[in-house]
Design a protein around this ligand. Structure first.
Ligand code: PEP
Length: 253
């Protein structure tokens, strides 16, 4: 089946409201609206309202958050709830990014709770998985990816999994300038799809969109995204400039 590519800009802790407005003013001139792929911007929480304002109702870019709480509301200082993301008009939420796993100790089980919370609120999770260099070199690639898929998605229905986005982001490729080769990325994606098929069935595996992330840039985007199991990209550094994010979107066709 053909899956619509999805290209997402993870701005991480960059881009305050003013910078975001400047970005979007310039990005409009890149004429990506007509390109038939799903485009997503994932700003810091405080920048989301400015992005919504700058988009001014334009539906050609979806907006996501970089994380969400697994709780409803209450005494959880610093947390943001799904209700708040709904109120802002978010469609997506990135969960389990390796930086959350590494610096905030997030586990597959904890991320699983957030994924369920997001789904219950009608948000589309972009669930990030990926191995460290030590794990890859130690021959643990498939064991790590397999448990991230099974534990992170535990208890979901096949239909819920079909609607997800899973971002394969080898930790050694994030923000390092080192990209996985197209062959290595394709083989990891094919493995992830096979785990989804074994666990949730062939239809869910066929429908779930798998993004590659890790030093994607205009120069390597086309080769990566032309692989059969790569359905788009989650982009950090190269999505901070309107022209380079637009070039990656154009490369996805
Ligand atoms: C990311 O943050 O998800 C990412 C892939 O970053 P970069 O593109 O900078 O490697």
């Amino acid at each position: 089946m053909s899956r619509t590519p999805i290209i997402a800009a993870n701005w991480k802790m960059n881009m305050g409201p003013k910078e975001a407005k400047d970005f979007l003013a310039a990005f409009k001139n890149e004429n990506t609206c007509e390109i038939a792929v799903d485009k997503v911007i994932v700003p810091p929480f405080v920048t989301i309202p400015a992005v919504m304002e700058a988009l001014n109702g334009c539906k050609c870019i979806g907006v996501g958050a970089q994380d969400v709480s697994d709780r409803d509301n209450g005494a959880f200082t610093g947390e943001i709830s799904t209700t708040m993301l709904n109120e802002l008009g978010c469609t997506y939420v990135v969960l389990g990014h390796s930086e959350r796993r590494q610096y905030h100790g997030e586990t597959n089980a904890y991320i699983n709770k957030k994924i369920k919370k997001a789904l219950a609120a009608g948000l589309i999770p972009i669930y990030c998985i990926g191995e460290t260099l030590e794990q890859r070199q130690g021959g643990q690639l498939e064991a790590v990816l397999g448990s991230q898929v099974k534990e992170g998605l535990e208890g979901l229905t096949a239909e819920q999994v079909a609607g997800l986005v899973i971002a394969y982001e080898p930790v050694w490729a994030i923000g390092t300038g080192v990209t996985a080769s197209a062959e290595d990325a394709q083989s990891a994606h094919a493995f992830i799809r096979s785990v989804v098929a074994d666990t949730f069935g062939a239809e869910a595996a066929d429908k779930v969109r798998l993004q590659y992330g890790g030093s994607v840039k205009p120069a390597n985007a086309k080769e990566l995204m032309s692989q059969p199991d790569i359905d788009g990209a989650l982009v950090g550094g190269a999505a901070l400039k309107p022209d380079s994010f637009a070039a990656i979107i154009k490369a996805s066709l």
